[in-house]
Ligand binder design. Sequence first.
Ligand code: RFL
Ligand code: PHB
Length: 390
Amino acid sequence: MDTQVGIIGGGPSGLLLSQLLHLRGIQTVVLERRSRDYVLGRIRAGVLEQGFQALMRRAEVAQRMDRDGQVHGGVNIAYQEDRLRIDLEGLTGGKTVMVYGQTEVTRDLYAARDALGGIVIHEAEDVTPHDLESDQPYLTFTKDGVAERLDCDFVIGCDGYHGVSRQVIPAEVLKTFERVYPFGWLGVLSQTPPVNEELIYARHDTGFALCSLRGPELSRYYVQCRADENPDDWSDADFWQRLKSTIPAEVAARLVTGPAIEKSVAPLRSFVAEPMRWGRLFLAGDAAHIVPPTGAKGLNLAASDIHYLSEALIAWYGEGDERGLETYSARALKRIWKAERFSWWMTQLLHKFPENEGFGDRIQRAEFDYLMSSRAAQTVLAENYVGLPY
Ligand code: RFL
Ligand code: PHB
């Protein structure tokens, strides 16, 4: 089998790239380790920056997003009983975010790939890249017990944090930077009306909580937990009780609870791999970087990588222009590190750090009080939350 661009990973990064290239006449094959149902069963991000939305429109997959996505002009931060609304729209000259789940984004991308006859091979096992330093790289994999080979011009690693593509870059080339936080998020999806029409990020003596949503009758909530916590150890009642004690009492009084449709634990990590290119291999999305979810940046960063990379590949195939490919890693990393900084800062502000009791707690409180009183500080938050320019 051969193609022009071989893509490892059928998550949002891989599908979006495949769709954007296909629309410009560039052939792709996506190799995905899991089944489609498995990929669509993962509940992850919910907040899309305007840059992400624009990319979805450019990929001609925005119809449902534009119909069902909720535009939010503000976001709330609570500290114990105090609450601050960050006027995203007012502070950024009219910018907003959209609440539309990653599951729906992925569903829309699969539908679009199907409609155009795009090739996505699911349950592709043992995907292995070869000859990445040559002009004729190829991928080997196993499908239904049969060994297969895919020849291509480029290999794109969109295979997430646990993928294979980053691992094949020699240790003397790849530099990694990591911070693992001493806690995780326990997330629950419930068929209940959201407690608030805008998101609420909350810090209390009990730790962190987030009230988010997916629709008028679908809520997404998170509470801080241990990183190694088993979600099955939390009954629904335990979860609701923790959430209620972590958000302001007037909000808790309005909370409608119900059975959890999904419950999972996500560890919190900051991670960056540099460079994002080795020969004919390019990394994008979680394969190259992870942010803690506090700033809602993971999926949005994947989109900016795909924006830079799709433009670079289109210029290479169209005009033989190599500059985009040569500068891809440096360009993407500039934006990634700014989002890493913001996500780290939001995480520091809003979580209970086991080692921080005392001095650290007071510093967090002072930071929140400063935010409450300073339009400049709120502007910094708003500008980063809506997303820095591509
Ligand atoms: P994905 O979505 O991880 O997709 C990678 C795909 O590659 C496949 N794969 C392989 N395929 C073939 N061969 C291999 N060897 C392979 N290894 C892996 C995987 O099965 C998968 O389908 O990465 P992508 O496309 O870069 O997209 C990135 C986003 O998914 C990610 O940034 C966000 O979801 C991060 N994230 C969150 N971001 C937010 O902004 N807000 C959130 O609330 C939020 N929650 C989360 C998250 C990530 C989580 N992870 C990674 C476990 C919650 C969780 C649990
Ligand atoms: C979500 O809705 O899942 C969500 C929203 C904002 C975040 C993280 C997750 O910062």
